[in-house]
Design a protein around this ligand. Structure first.
Ligand code: NI
Length: 280
């Protein structure tokens, strides 16, 4: 029996490679997380600088709470099984009336992970609507093999290398995944997805949490790390991470720096040119 998904949502995930929306908290709880995120931005002159766009859950307690949120983990367990590690997390923030977008891509392209037992829980901290550029997805593409991608290094593209899938994607086949604050979508690592610019008057704030099962291994680098969230790691393929006790304390900054050194070798292997962003 699924823990939080309905039987039809669980079957839909297996068939389509995504499920949305799944409510994991009240809108008021999501608003409190947004407030803590925006307080962090205000105190640090922006959110990107310290985290370099990655693993903010090793720096900020609100982000670690989301990564370990029991209802998010219940939804992930329904798609991935009982042993769950967090391999990464990234904020995808689109400011009101701006041109940032995410090109069509498969997440698996540059992550160096050995098998596709990997899902993303995308947590909406503000309304993700058609107008604000919610994620869109092509159903059934999770069954595809890895497709080649081209690096565009576009500054308007929120992905690490501006990577774009090298096949034509039929927009007519795509399904939009609008989310209210406190809802998540879950998508498989191979599912083709992207998003349009934010034409609304509010920020579109999404927190993308990447979960793996412990039998996955890193093949782009000799070492990589992850945070055990639920169940057991009986494989030992990843160095275990420690979540922060307090926001941005010395131990958290040191842990984040230690982990980012490992990760740089994974994400930029073979990149031609300077990446515009370090989000994935
Ligand atoms: Ni993606």
């Amino acid at each position: 029996m699924p823990k939080i998904l309905t039987a039809s949502q669980a079957a839909g995930y297996r068939r389509d490679g995504f499920v949305a929306p799944v409510r994991v908290m009240r809108e008021t709880e999501a608003a409190a997380y947004r407030q803590r995120f925006e307080a962090y931005e205000a105190a640090n002159g922006g959110w990107y600088e310290y985290s370099r766009g990655q693993k903010i859950h090793l720096l900020q307690t609100w982000a670690a709470e989301l990564v370990l949120h029991p209802r998010i983990l219940d939804a992930v367990e329904d798609t991935l099984g009982p042993d769950i590690m967090c391999w990464g997390s990234s904020l995808f923030v689109k400011e009101p009336e701006t041109t940032s977008f995410v090109s069509w891509h498969q997440d698996s392209t540059y992550w160096g992970l050995s098998k596709p037992n990997v899902v993303t829980a995308w947590v909406a901290l503000s309304p993700a609507t058609l107008e604000s550029g919610c994620m869109k997805i092509v159903p059934g593409t999770h069954a595809w093999e890895q497709i080649p991608h081209a690096d565009t290094l576009s500054k308007e593209n929120l992905l690490t290398r501006g990577q774009e899938i090298a096949v034509d994607v039929d927009e007519a086949q795509a399904v939009a995944m609008p989310l209210r604050p406190g809802e998540i979508s879950i998508h498989h690592i191979r599912t083709v997805h992207g998003s349009n610019p934010n034409g609304s008057n509010d920020r579109r704030i999404g927190y993308a949490i990447r979960y793996i099962s412990p039998d996955v291994a890193q093949i782009n680098a000799s070492d990589d790390s992850a945070l055990l969230c639920r169940g057991e790691d009986s494989h030992g393929n990843f160095i275990h991470e420690t979540p922060p006790v307090a926001d941005m304390d010395a131990a958290a900054l040191a842990e984040h720096a230690r982990i980012m050194k490992l990760r740089a070798g994974v994400l930029y292997k073979g990149v031609a040119g300077k990446p515009a962003h370090t989000q994935v």
